[in-house]
Design a protein around this ligand. Sequence first.
Ligand code: TYM
Length: 337
Amino acid sequence: MKTILTGLRVNSEPTLGNYLGAVLPMVRLANAYKADHNINIFVPDLHSIISKVDGNLKKNIFRSIKIYFAAGLEPNENVHLYRQSYVPAHSELCWILECNASMGELSRMTQYKEKSEGKASVNAGIFNYPVLMAADILLYGAEYVPVGEDQFQHLELTRNLAMRFNNKYGREIFIPPVKTEDQLKFMGVENGIRIRSLTDPERKMSKSSRAENSKIMMLDDPEVAAKKIMSATTDSVGKIQYDMFNQPGISNLLQIEALVNNIPLQDVVSTWAGETRYGDLKQKVASSVKSMLEIFQARMKEIPDETVLEYLEAGEEYANFVSKAKLLEVQNAVGLR
Ligand code: TYM
């Protein structure tokens, strides 16, 4: 069976960007493919400690799993939920891959550049985390990895590391994830999803932004979230059309509307073609986001911690079984065993 895999860091509660860029696409794919695919949804808790954790890490981990249920995940026996730090093969493979990765390629990672920009001191985890991400993926031979646009560079790195390793040891030890264009096709989108900041739509919506109105948090009061949409920065072009280059604010709203309602972007764009009143579009998007948050937040409250723990423990048994076997294959190839 092929594997679809994703993970969400748990430094703070997720943003609408995390939700629309990764959680919802993963849940939609999981529900569609779970009969004959492994669906691996894991909590990259070790990734989370590369930067400040808001709140309690353990609580955030449980919350992270509940988010998928609240987004509509309907698990069956092929859906595996697990915590990275409970599966030691991730860290062990990471080390072996690091010895096959170059400082040059890691320093070209945009995420690393952004996260280290202007900082006097940067921890080594921030530099190395794409390699840990590669280990997360390669241990399970996951070909499909639904993520937002900002993570595609890391997927390309994962492919390169896998192919380099296979070449070095002369056999297909790793299954590389499919190319970016095929990831997009699988997700059913034309371009990588990048939800923009509401106040500065040139930039992505980011949980670490200090500007509260720039981001919608999934646990925001739905009324407050609607107000943030109503005050989103737009432009003075006066046309409602999808043009990320000249009208990133309006394009962002169209994109949000499409993803929240699970309608192809093109259909939303056609519906608004010829319209000029930005206020009307904002009203519509604000109302879509508000209803979505109301349902999501009500569902979040329904899932008990005990249920989450049961799923995690079962998932960790599976993840340890699969990942240990792959790690052993790698250790054999390298000569460690
Ligand atoms: P993280 O935790 O920063 O983000 C989680 C997911 O949310 C997506 N995302 C967005 N999508 C659209 N618009 C936005 N504004 C936006 N902001 C965030 C991210 O692309 C991501 O899919 N390294 C990863 C976590 C990870 C992982 C993995 C993912 C670790 N190992 C293995 C997949 C497979 C990260 O830091 O994502």
